[in-house]
Design a protein around this ligand. Structure first.
Ligand code: ATP
Ligand code: MG
Length: 364
């Protein structure tokens, strides 16, 4: 069986360091390892409209921002098919068929959707399209027969929903679809990077992000005002690590190399943590270190982004070409699906012949 990746981002804002550790970094690594037969990376604009229906301009503006972020981190259109969801209408058609394979109760139980409904104050007025977006995600994944979906932890319920739909479809209609598996990052910190405010998740919707395209000054300002341990007031106080965002970020970003370069007096992150909890290590010193670590990661990304931004029309052409390729693949899968579902009346000569015979014999 072919090894195929599908993953993507919503064009609801520029991408942030949570995306980087949760998904982007892994994507680039998998892309460059070269062991995958096909890689599809999608800008989920139609999905973004499910909770931004009155703000199409936001989606429109952010398509290019997301594409720039992708290219800046090293996604390469020669190796990965970069495309836009709404340019592949086959996905919508698949969604419509899949909707009959799930119950409303099952959709309402999805913990990520539940949390997002609360966050958006949708309680009494959930757009139907928003409630069913996990089904459209199942279409996105299965259209490309993806075997692997590299995403953050919040996507786990979506992949489970997809697997259920695949099993049900194949049970009823025969083996057409492929069950995907989720590929999560290695550590807790990367799976769900908290916001700079200490909230559970860095998210465009919460405004607690360090963006990949933030300037050096912006990053520094955000890092220096980050949430740490509110009881760690004097340097000599022992500090807590639990819920301490600065240390969570260090877990996600710092390497042995960073310690040798910026804090050679500490062997590694464990040694730094030990000193912090013992007391005698101030937040400012730890934050300055985190800032240096982040700069090492973000500087090259920022510079490549500026380079790519010099030819914006070329980037739209990349997306257009990628969407054309993605559409061809999705159409192929949809064709197989419709054959299996016997929604192929005009191409089925046997059907036409037998119906003709039936009516003929009835008329006799
Ligand atoms: P929105 O608030 O519009 O939902 P978002 O910040 O949650 O935006 P998405 O486009 O929904 O971003 O997510 C894209 C990918 O990035 C998904 O794979 C998701 O799991 C991952 N991701 C998003 N936020 C984080 C985070 N804070 N930590 C780790 N991974 C994340
Ligand atoms: Mg999200």
């Amino acid at each position: 069986m072919k090894k195929i990746i599908l993953t993507g981002d919503r064009p609801t804002g520029r991408l942030h360091v949570g995306h980087y550790v949760g998904s982007l970094r892994r994507r680039v690594e998998l892309q460059n390892r070269g062991e995958f037969d096909e890689i599809y990376i999608m800008i989920a604009d139609a999905q973004a409209l499910t909770d931004n229906v009155d703000n199409p301009e936001k989606i429109r503006q952010n398509i290019i921002e997301v594409a720039l972020d992708w290219l800046a981190v090293g996604l390469d259109p020669a190796k990965s098919c970069l495309f836009v969801q709404s340019a592949v209408p086959e996905l919508t058609e698949m969604t419509f068929f899949y909707l009959n394979l799930v119950t409303v109760a099952r959709l309402q139980r999805n913990p990520t959707v539940k949390a997002e409904i609360q966050l958006r104050n949708f309680e009494a007025s959930i757009p139907a399209g928003f409630l069913i977006y996990p089904v459209s995600q199942a279409a996105d994944i299965t259209a490309f027969k993806a075997t692997v979906v590299p995403v953050g932890e919040d996507q786990e319920p979506m992949i489970e929903q997809t697997r259920e739909i695949v099993r049900k479809f194949n049970d009823i209609y025969g083996e057409v679809l492929v069950e995907p598996s989720i590929l999560l990052p290695d550590s807790k910190a990367e799976m769900r990077l908290p916001g700079t405010d200490g909230k559970a998740k860095m998210s465009k919707s919460l405004g607690n992000c360090i963006y990949l395209s933030d300037s050096e000054d912006e990053v520094k300002k955000k890092v220096m005002s980050m949430y740490t341990d509110p009881d760690h007031i004097k340097v000599s106080d022992p500090g807590k690590l639990e819920g301490n965002t600065v240390f969570t970020y260090l877990e996600a970003f710092s390497t042995g190399e960073h310690f040798r370069k910026y804090l050679p007096e500490y062997a590694d992150l464990d040694a730094l943590k030990e000193h912090y909890t013992r007391g005698g290590l101030g937040d400012v010193k730890v934050k300055k270190f985190l800032n240096a670590v982040l700069e090492d990661t973000l500087r090259p990304i920022r510079e490549r982004r500026k380079e790519f931004a010099k030819d914006i029309p070329a980037i739209y052409r990349v997306l257009e070409e990628g969407s054309r390729k993605a559409r061809a693949k999705a159409a192929e899968t949809l064709g197989e699906m419709k054959n299996a579902m016997q929604i192929n009346y005009f191409a089925d000569e046997e059907l036409i012949r037998s119906q003709a015979e039936r009516f003929k014999s009835e008329a006799e």
